[in-house]
Design a binder for this molecule. Sequence first.
Ligand SMILES: [Fe+2]
Length: 474
Amino acid sequence: MLDGMAGVDRRTFLIGAAVAGAATTAAGTAHAATASFEHGVASGDPLPDGVLLWTRVVTSSPVAWEVAADEQFHRVVRRGTTHASAARDHTVKVEVHGLRPNTRYWYRFRVDDVVSPVGRTKTAGCETELRFGVVSCANWSVGHFAGYGFLAHEDLDAVIHLGDYIYEGFSTELRVPDPAHKCVTLDDYRRRHAQYKTDPHVQAVHAAHPFIATWDDHESADNSSSIGSPAHDPATDGPWGARLAAATQAYFEWMPVREGKLDRIFRFGELATLTMLDLRSYRTDTTILGAAQRDWLINTLTADRGRWQLVGNSVMISPFKIPPLPGLPPSNPDQWDGFPVDRELVLRSLGERRNTVFLTGDIHSSWACDVPLDGQSVATEYIVTSLTSDNFDELLKVPPRTGSLLLEAQIMALNPHAKFVELDSHGVSTLKVTADEVRMDWYYLADKKDPNTPVTRAHSWRTRHDTAHTEPVL
Ligand SMILES: [Fe+2]
């Protein structure tokens, strides 16, 4: 199938553009001349035979797309036409199939004679080695997204985004969010997503790699669940259901994810299965997963025979006893600690298997943990720090690597399953997966307020296969 399309070259694409342009002119369609791809391009949810493409363009003309096996588009392997509409805020998603597994492709869109930036993507497949970017918690207001720019230049299979891709609130420490108030309505959330996708680092990382994303709370509201948020006041913000529906609609419009469900599975041959969780949409006071997702997750973890089971998990699953400090609660019930029944059912379902690795965000700090059950470690957990969102030194208003050091020591004393804790730095991680080990590398920003800040590797921890123990890479 691929070879049959190989003759569709750039010239054919441009001739097609001319034909489409002529048709548009003949029909008297407006706006075509001003179409622009100012929010970049993106891809996501890679499968062995395909990937999802995304862009946004305001036009009533057809939106042409093409996928090529080379960066110059000499060997176009798939192409087609779709439309943008105001009903979806002019965002476009294209489901591409018929591609080869574990293969890089390049893609672009066109409206009349306007061609989008070129994006690069990769299908999933059977490999001997995988390397992912791992990110969470990108707050526009407090920093620049140099960590995304760093990942754009790394050799990756995909970027796993664990949530807080946007922040819905309003603050102005460094950059002013749009709209200039917290997001409540559909228009608010759309504008916030749109602003994030004008950021050059955001555009660079999306154009370089497919994303595998789930959300956390700040795509809707702080510590949200299906039944509300402590940051939501129905008296001033209206019904929670309407706000959550608005946040959900904007997310699915603006993110390169398939429609409808964020709890889903990606298979990378025999080497790894990546199970992405949605810990917000089905959450109530008594369950973090909801019954259906819990059953699905347990069935997946029980039945899967991949060498590694990776779980994309927005909030920390390891127990976290918080040191007794003034103003701090003994635990954080927004994490899995608030849902011990769900946690025990999930961890017990692992049985004798020792090849599960949880990948986590949310807590704005760096951790490597053994995940305990009945006094044994049954999995490991690697927590990526925030890209920019404030962490402990900033909240305590002390210089980095000063006041946090004592707290880190107290945390590790109270939580002996936590083998590595770093509370101050911002950045991104990469995750390398081979048959023998899963390795997390933390890369830190020198200064999150500098868009060109150096990004350097700071820590590396790994899990050897069938051990469920984390250890430092020396
Ligand atoms: Fe966050």
